[in-house]
Design a protein around this ligand. Structure first.
Ligand code: CAA
Length: 286
């Protein structure tokens, strides 16, 4: 089957970027769906801002900006968004109950031969697939933030994912000029978050234990390991709530040693979630 139309569910931080990459680079027709007009408008405005950045740098032309925007259709109605899609990428908030209920509804509305994928960063692919009647046509498709710039995609096999699904998704992501890796087993954290989140958690522990200031932890890792941004800035960028929930999944599914730092939990309780709330380890309001 050739994928021509992709539906992206959720126009948030990841969804808008996935829709943009699919339309801009992959030249796919994209239905971008969210639950209210405000979320859709915000997603489209983030896409326009990002396209303007590429235009300003000369990466793309005005014609490509216009054509990309023409290929993206913002839609509120779920049935309209998914019924003619060959591939549906779910990027709704990281909540098991919500994801399962959206996927089960989508399964009933999508074409019988359509493929489904989830951009979850931590939830079991096999569990999400069980909400559908087509687990062999379901896999994880984990983009990295910001999806417009990050080359990697993790393609994750659930217990029943077919070889055909994996090879189709490898082809689709290559058309988006991404560099996919296949995660052969459905395992908490996949590859990147299994390594990244414990490192971020250690950075937070260094601050909690009074060993160094956040700026110095970040400076050490930027200059010592050549990371593009320090771990605490990255936590702010990803969201402290997201980081906490991934750490909890690692702890619950792999080993108690992955337990989140008390400071991470405390900051989430205080609403200090990073960039999205204006404050985390840094002040993002300026
Ligand atoms: N669209 C288009 N261009 C963008 C953009 C976007 N959304 N965001 C940034 N850019 C461009 C900017 O225009 C700028 O271009 P020039 O350098 O040519 O001027 C460039 O990217 C750098 O941007 P900034 O100067 O604003 O900021 P920066 O130097 O800090 O770079 C960054 C931003 C690319 C995000 C970089 O800091 C970086 O690579 N950080 C690490 C990101 C990372 O680790 N992501 C993975 C997180 S893990 C994850 O996502 C998985 C999970 O499940 C948690």
């Amino acid at each position: 089957m050739e994928v021509r139309k992709i539906a992206v569910l959720g126009a948030g931080l990841m969804g808008h970027g996935i829709a943009q990459v699919a339309a801009q680079v992959g030249k796919f027709n994209v239905n971008l769906r969210d639950i209210n007009q405000e979320f859709l408008d915000h997603g489209m405005s983030m896409i326009k801002t990002s396209l303007q950045r590429f235009l300003k740098k000369g990466v793309i032309t005005q014609k490509e900006v216009d054509e990309t925007l023409k290929r993206i259709h913002p839609i509120l109605d779920l049935k309209e968004a998914v019924s003619d899609a060959d591939l549906i990428i779910e990027a709704v908030p990281e909540n098991v109950k919500l994801k399962k209920s959206v996927l089960s509804e989508v399964d009933g509305l999508a074409k019988p031969d359509a493929y489904l994928a989830s951009n979850t960063s931590s939830i079991s692919i096999t569990l999400l697939a069980s909400a559908t009647s087509r687990p062999e046509k379901f896999c994880g498709l984990h983009f990295f933030n910001p999806p417009q710039l990050m080359k990697l995609i993790e393609i994750i096999r659930g217990a029943k994912t077919s070889d055909e699904t994996i090879s189709l998704l490898v082809d689709v992501t290559k058309k988006m000029a991404k560099d996919p890796v296949v995660v052969k087993k459905d395992c908490a954290g996949f590859i990147v978050n299994r390594i990244l989140v414990p490192a971020l958690n250690e950075a937070i522990s260094l601050v909690w234990e009074g060993i160094a200031e956040p700026e110095d932890v970040d400076k050490a890792i930027r200059l010592g390991l050549n990371w593009p941004m320090g771990p605490l800035k990255l936590v702010d960028y990803l969201g402290l709530d997201t980081t906490l929930s991934i750490a909890e999944v690692l702890r619950d599914n792999l080993d108690p040693k992955y337990r989140p730092s008390p400071l991470l939990r405390q900051m989430v309780r205080a609403g200090l979630l990073g960039r999205k709330t204006g404050k985390g380890f840094y002040d993002w309001t300026k």
